[in-house]
Design a protein around this ligand. Structure first.
Ligand code: THU
Length: 145
């Protein structure tokens, strides 16, 4: 598939998903869509909560939904907002974990305002490579079951 076709179909899917955003508190609606190696697209929208910290961003809904569907090898993501807003830090970390090779198309309601990549959005990221060398701590107290 041509790069321009990938971009066009991702933005269309993100625009559509944005219509289903649940954002009664901020009124800031966000749509996202990811494409896997086969060209399959999975979308997401932001889903807010009265307990504000329980809100989940559109990018993470799209990616976690795609993972749950068994998708992998993500090649691109589109994010659509009213003003071409940029993905938040938590979403960038999740994008790096699940789709480090993705192109990222940041769009407003009229179209793409910035074409970038996950690596550009999150340089020098924590990648967990140091975690493998950490030994589990021995239990120094009896465990109750
Ligand atoms: N939001 C996203 O969906 N993605 C981002 O990258 C930034 C913020 C949502 C979360 C919340 O529902 C609203 O936008 C305002 O922060």
């Amino acid at each position: 598939m041509k790069d321009t076709d990938i971009q066009t179909s991702l933005v269309a899917a993100a625009l559509d998903a944005r219509l289903r955003a649940y954002a009664p508190y901020s009124k800031y609606t966000v749509g996202a869509a990811v494409m896997d190696r086969t060209g399959h697209i999975t979308s997401g929208c932001n889903v807010e909560n009265a307990s504000y910290g329980a809100t989940i961003c559109a990018e993470r809904v799209a990616l976690t939904r795609a993972i749950a569907e068994g998708r992998d090898g993500f090649v691109g993501m589109a994010v659509v907002t009213s003003d071409g807003g940029s993905p938040c830090g938590v979403c960038r970390q999740v994008m790096m974990e699940l789709g480090p090779e993705m192109r990222v198309f940041i769009s407003d309601s009229a179209g793409v305002v910035r074409s970038t990549s996950v690596r550009q959005l999150l340089p020098d990221s924590f990648d967990g490579s140091g975690l493998l060398s950490v030994q589990p701590a021995p239990h120094d107290f009896p465990l109750n079951d």
